[in-house]
Design a protein around this ligand. Structure first.
Ligand SMILES: [Zn+2]
Length: 130
């Protein structure tokens, strides 16, 4: 009878169940972890940058749709989340001079998270600040 070898390290898997593929649980875990890496290779820089840009443009679009022709409005954070807004990505952050509140901007449209799970959305000038 042919001896079965561990898919991860190539050592004999030893006696046990017929369908045994690994010599140990550690090898099984190791093999599956590496398999995941092989299945999803790291994105190229160009693809990554394009993806982030898409997210930023979409974020701006969502804020724009919420604002309509207003310059400021408030809504539930959950509502913004439900529209597919990605809070992790923004183009800049600004603290207001007076109150020191932090606004995150996606291009010229920004938002501030309030304590009561509400969001304030604002529109500002299309200016580049260094
Ligand atoms: Zn092994």
């Amino acid at each position: 009878m042919e001896e079965k070898l561990c898919l991860n390290c190539g050592q004999p898997v030893g006696s046990g169940r017929k369908d045994k593929k690994y010599c140990s649980d550690a090898c099984k875990t190791d093999y599956n972890n590496n398999k995941d890496e092989r299945a999803t290779p790291e994105m190229s820089l160009a693809a990554y940058m394009k993806r982030v840009q898409q997210i930023l443009v979409k974020n701006r679009q969502i804020l724009d749709q919420c604002l309509g022709d207003r310059n400021t409005m408030s809504m539930d954070k959950q509502d913004l989340d439900g529209r597919g807004f990605t809070f992790k990505y923004f183009t800049s952050r600004t603290r207001t001079k007076n109150s020191g509140e932090l606004y995150c901007f996606c291009f010229e449209l920004g938002y501030k998270e309030m304590e009561d799970e509400r969001i304030i959305i604002v529109r500002r000038e299309r200016e580049i600040v260094f």
